[in-house]
Design a protein around this ligand. Structure first.
Ligand code: PD2
Ligand code: ZN
Length: 283
């Protein structure tokens, strides 16, 4: 493939956004070269946009995370096009909510049925290189549905998009995970750490993750709560319920207080479905 020397508006925004986020300029150049940009041209583009102060102009406000109106609609009940979701708990800072009736019992069973037999050991993004790796911190198995894979998945995605206050196109594919006894996901952030070189590739499409919805597909016999160590909060899995949290505002600031994990399962198994949404259209 021939190398390119033409900076599209999308790539221009991408450079500005990532410089503003504090990414190393050289990491941006490398990503552009991987996507077939001429190296000298990529170097000059990144340098020029940095030197002109665009990055500073769009940089996240320094200091504490600024809480904006939550993406999750207000009220005791959120009415989506096909379902009434009950709000059981809301936390303002960070924005966390526990939701009931996100999925029906039949939908939980259907997701479980479709995912079973397609599970592979879960991976996480390598902070240095950006590739996906199996790590001890995440001992689950999972699978991912293609977006709008079929009418059933597309219908759920529409509902989740309404709950999460963003277009379905901003969502990553729905993931289903299974944890056996001893399975856990140690505390982490769902956003891509801006200082990790591996985050550049992860954010090249769709930008940063902004919010997560972890839906419980079964009742867990022992353990398996979703924990927020900074908040002293434990959400116990109930089939059809979910925990929602958001961590990236319109300024691109990240809320570190959304640190969370999946506590070890001590009896039975735990099944969840996860939806992550991005700043922009994904994929
Ligand atoms: O399984 C969970 O409860 C859990 C905890 C933390 C899932 C995730 N994170 C995730 O899928 O990001
Ligand atoms: Zn997580």
């Amino acid at each position: 493939m021939p190398t390119s020397r033409q900076l599209t508006p999308e790539w221009r925004d991408w450079i500005i956004e990532n410089l503003a986020r504090g990414c190393a300029p050289q990491a941006l150049v490398e990503e552009m070269v991987r996507k077939h940009y001429d190296r000298d041209f990529a170097q000059a583009s990144v340098q020029q946009l940095g030197a002109h102060g665009f990055a500073v102009e769009r940089a996240p406000a320094a200091g504490a995370y600024v809480y904006e109106t939550p993406r999750l609609p207000p009220g005791n009940v959120v009415r989506t096009h096909d379902r009434e979701v009950r709000v059981a708990l809301r936390l303002a800072r960070p924005v966390v909510a526990v939701l009931h009736d996100v999925l029906s019992a039949a939908e939980c069973a259907e997701l479980l049925r479709r995912a079973a037999g397609q599970l592979a050991r879960s991976t996480t993004i390598d902070p240095a290189g950006g590739s996906y790796k199996v790590v001890a911190e995440r001992s689950s198995e999972g699978m991912c549905f293609a977006r709008a894979a079929d009418p059933f998945i597309a219908g759920l995605e529409r509902r989740l998009a309404e709950l999460m206050g963003c277009p379905p196109e901003h969502g990553e594919g729905l993931q289903v995970l299974r944890y056996g006894v001893g399975g856990e996901y140690r505390p982490h952030h769902d956003y891509f750490p801006p200082d990790d070189p591996g985050s550049v590739a992860a954010m090249a499409t769709g930008g940063q993750r902004v919010a997560s919805l972890v839906m419980y597909l079964n009742a867990v016999e022992g353990g398996g709560a979703t924990i927020f160590p900074e908040l002293g909060l434990e959400v116990v899995p109930q089939p059809g319920s979910a925990v929602y949290f958001e961590y990236c505002n319109s300024r691109g600031q990240l809320d570190a207080r959304t640190l969370h994990g999946g506590a070890p399962v001590t009896a039975g198994e735990k099944w969840i479905a996860t939806k992550w949404v991005r700043q922009r259209r994904y994929g």
